[in-house]
Ligand binder design. Sequence first.
Ligand code: SR1
Ligand code: MG
Length: 434
Amino acid sequence: MVQERIAGSRFVGGVDYKALNEHSVIDFLSPLENASKLLGGTPTTWTVREVGDGNLNLVFIVKGNKGGLVVKQALPYVRMVGESWPLPLDRAYFEHEALKVQTLAAPHLVPKLYHFDTMQAATVMELLEPHIILRKGLIKGIRYPKLAADIADFCALNLFNTSDLGSPAAEKRERQARFSHNITLSKITEDLVFTDPYRLSDMNRWTTPQLDKIAAAFRNDAPLKLAAQELKWMFLSRGEALLHGDLHTGSIMATESNTRVIDPEFAVYGPMGFDLGAFMANLLLAFFAQEGHATKEDNRETYRTWILDTLESFWTLFEEKFLSLWSKGGKGDAFLPTLFNDDTGEVALEAYRHMTMARLFQDAIGFTGAKMARRILGLAHVEDLESIADPDRRALCEKRALTMARALMVGRTSLSTIGDIRDMAETIAKEPVA
Ligand code: SR1
Ligand code: MG
């Protein structure tokens, strides 16, 4: 399984690649000095648990008498489907490279990196404890007071710093060229997010028969398909910044006081709105799923309000942070401040910054819609909805989410504030569903 792509990733998954197991991971770690130090004791005393519950990789938690760490290894196929769907191992390289970039921009919001093994396509990194996957917390109804601000910071710092506002052109071009080789994972996004939900595909699934009509309506909806293709075109062609590429609530680990973003294996240059939309889509999916998690004791009303508060704060804080980074001036070659350092220039540039944020908002909500629809009509679904056991109840939540997804995609250019998005979600959640 030798990958012949680019210098840095060429040898990822070399001839001696072997999928690790709970025994061999100890042999893999024991020669690593920093890992042994962190774990403490002797390798025979270390305990291992494979905990990967994502769609693609193996994840081992290893603990010793002093501490713990995580080993994440790429498999040569899509874990959720099996060996019939091969996948290049060099995604581990892109993930590690993206984590390095993110560590420079926002070290407090990503796990610490300890080691990357090219041959085994494996990264050794910080064990985040007592963090849990945010999606699971949202299903349980846990509130995260720092979430909106932390993800707003993560997005603003990474998107700004890797764009032509924050990076000198030569540096940005080199990085963009490197990540442009993350072709297979980008193609998954192109197909699963922007294409498959709008055509018949063996990969698609949905709650049937409840959603059969709406799934067919999506496949026959020309304005919606145009919107999806316009977003896909943006994803393919507009290399604004290095994206995380898969910023859903399963890629965030959180406690009530700490937030970390993991799993950037889909990293690629693309439109900034894509990451912003991914996060907002998953908040909205969590919002619409709450009705499925309501019980007699807890109708989840106040929790739903908290999710929408988080959505609103996220956008507001992102905008504030991005604008402040831009006003302070980055190292980028676009909009050199020296061109605008007279009174008229400053006013014009400030107005332009606000226009850019308005455009970015519309991009982001278009991607929000696309990322919502794919999780209901496409291959990879979300636990928020999947864990609603009663299919009628689940379908009700899903239909509402699809109604919102369509409205965001088709109507994105006539929506202008995050308050509009909140109102739309609240209205759709109250409407009767056919
Ligand atoms: C075949 S991979 C399916 C999905 O899992 C990842 O989390 C990405 O979202 C991808 O689209
Ligand atoms: Mg992932």
